[in-house]
Write a protein that binds this ligand. Structure first.
Ligand code: BES
Ligand code: MN
Ligand code: ZN
Length: 500
């Protein structure tokens, strides 16, 4: 879909015209102009359709008289003074969802609009972002789509809002990054495995000026990645560790903020194998790594003035004659030993080494990991919020605020210090720790395990995104499937706290 921002409405445009209407059927100037040109058709249609301009309400009017447009799409703004970026994105999303299969071209008329909670240029840009994100879908493997099943919407123009093209610039970088993340999350595991994942990230990252380092299996063995390699050893696909570096500060010695992602390209459970039902979902067990990669692309794309590193731990968890067994003891990169009770608790093993390497290599003061880590977080929070674990209240607040601003929402969960009651649940009788605790509080003990790999003085938070990476139903700014969760969150987090 092509998006542009002409300065004025072309009255001869024959496609769909999108108009905003406030609560109480209060016409915005663009809608009022259409009402006048059509001889009162909007008012009649709104009454006939019981449309009152409530937030998110929609009404279609086909073949309006007195206008070249073949369709009007009215969108309810609610109380205009409360219309914020999130609402504008939702309205853009509504327009895209309503028109995607029906209209080739659409024009949203924001002429003379004012009185919103944000400047009209920002409103136009967020409307465009919402439309683009909601319209995105992946039809790569559908070779037999019928014409009426194919997306038709080619062009979206948002007119009458001066400065909107400039406001959309950074948002377009973010949208492209979200789409990249969704693409990776959607790819099946026969096409996306550690090596191909690393290559695709490299191809996307380098042109933007992101430094890319890829460690292969031999290198990780030489350095002592015992936890990560234990997971990888049952797979025919060799593991990779990818480090992405973006420095927009101009200072090569600036302290970086670090993001670390779980990238299990397929999680069978290993020898502790998962049941067959739903196992196909485990192709998206790399959603944390995909979000971290996407976040780096977004930040570099909009030239963020911050130093940010992203590290991706990429492995496939398979059962095999060479796979690790329950009861095996591995030595992590940190030197601590782990008794592997359950080979399906593999994400924390991958992250333990990826996080340690991140800290020793880049010396960040703040580190956030993203991982589809536990089924238990889905039991706790469902699919609306991701779980947030940290002992640092200020970091929790900053992440929760970035979640609210971006729509990637977080809900804080308990985490004890090392040595606390929760922490002790992963003590082992034979090694420094075991990789699972009891069934109860499964997301908490997973987080406690990770915390044992956080170095002194590092402010760390863990995001368990197992419930938010993939949705079976569409939402305001995504179709069903991969959501791209985490990209916008990390972008906002960096914008609010690390760009001087
Ligand atoms: N990747 C899974 C977690 C998961 C489950 C993500 C469902 C998305 C949907 C993770 O590797 C896992 O298997 N966790 C186990 C941990 C258990 C063995 C302690 C789980 O949640 O059951
Ligand atoms: Mn698992
Ligand atoms: Zn997993």
């Amino acid at each position: 879909m092509n998006i542009d921002f002409p300065s004025a409405l072309d009255p001869a445009h024959t496609g769909t015209r999108i108009l905003l209407v406030g609560e109480g059927a209060a016409l915005t100037p663009g809608a009022a102009a259409a009402e006048a040109a059509s001889g009162g058709q909007l008012g009649r249609a709104m009454r006939a359709g019981a449309f009152s301009g409530r937030k998110g309400e929609t009404l279609e009017i086909l073949a309006p008289s007195g206008l070249a447009a073949d369709r009007l799409l009215l969108l309810g703004l609610g109380e205009p003074a409360k219309a914020d970026a999130a609402l504008l994105e939702e309205l853009g999303g509504k327009a895209a969802a309503a028109l995607q299969l029906k209209a080739a071209s659409a024009v949203a008329d924001l002429t003379d609009l004012s009185g919103l909670a944000l400047p009209v240029a920002e409103a136009a840009a967020h409307f465009a972002l919402g439309a683009r994100l909601r319209a995105f879908r992946q039809d790569r493997y559908r070779t037999k789509l019928k014409d009426d099943e194919k997306p038709k919407l080619q062009a979206l123009a948002i007119v009458g809002a001066a400065g909107s093209a400039e406001a959309y610039g950074p948002l377009a970088s973010i949208a492209q990054a979200v789409e990249f993340t969704r693409e990776l999350v959607t790819e099946p595991a026969n096409r996306l495995y550690p090596e191909s994942f690393a290559m695709r990230v490299r191809e996307a990252a380098e042109p933007l000026g992101i430094g890319v380092t890829i460690l292969d299996e031999a290198e990780m063995r030489a350095q002592g990645f015992g936890c990560l390699l234990g997971v990888a050893q049952g797979s025919a696909r060799p593991p990779r560790l990818v480090a992405l570096e973006w420095n927009g500060t101009g200072n090569p010695d600036a302290t970086p903020v670090a993001f670390v992602g779980k990238g299990v390209t397929f999680d069978t459970g290993g020898i502790s194998i998962k049941p067959a039902a739903g196992m196909e979902d485990m192709k998206w067990d790399m959603g944390g790594a995909a979000a971290v990669a996407g976040a780096l692309l977004a930040l570099a794309g909009r030239r963020a003035r911050a130093r940010v590193v992203g590290v991706l731990g990429l492995v496939e968890n398979m059962p095999d004659g060479n796979a690790q067994r329950p009861g095996d003891i591995v030595t992590s990169l940190s030197g601590q030993t782990v008794e592997v009770i359950n080979t399906d608790a593999e994400g924390r093993l991958v992250l333990a080494d990826a996080m340690w390497w991140t800290q020793q290599t880049f010396r960040p003061k703040t580190m956030v990991d993203l991982a589809t880590l536990t089924g238990a977080i889905i039991i706790a929070l469902g699919h609306e919020y991701a779980g947030l674990f940290t002992v640092h209240d200020d970091l929790a607040e900053a992440l929760i605020a970035a979640g609210k601003a971006s729509g990637d929402r977080l809900w804080r969960q308990p985490l004890g210090e090392v040595g606390s009651a929760y922490d002790k649940l992963t003590d082992s009788a034979i090694a420094d720790m075991k990789n699972v605790g009891p069934r109860e509080g499964g997301s908490i003990t997973a987080a406690q395990f990770l915390q044992r790999f956080v170095q002194e003085g590092v402010r760390w938070a863990h995001l368990d995104i197992a419930g938010t990476v993939w949705k079976t139903k569409p939402g305001p700014t995504h179709d069903k499937g991969a959501t791209g969760f985490g990209v916008r969150l990390l972008d906002r987090f960096v914008a609010a706290h690390f760009e001087g």
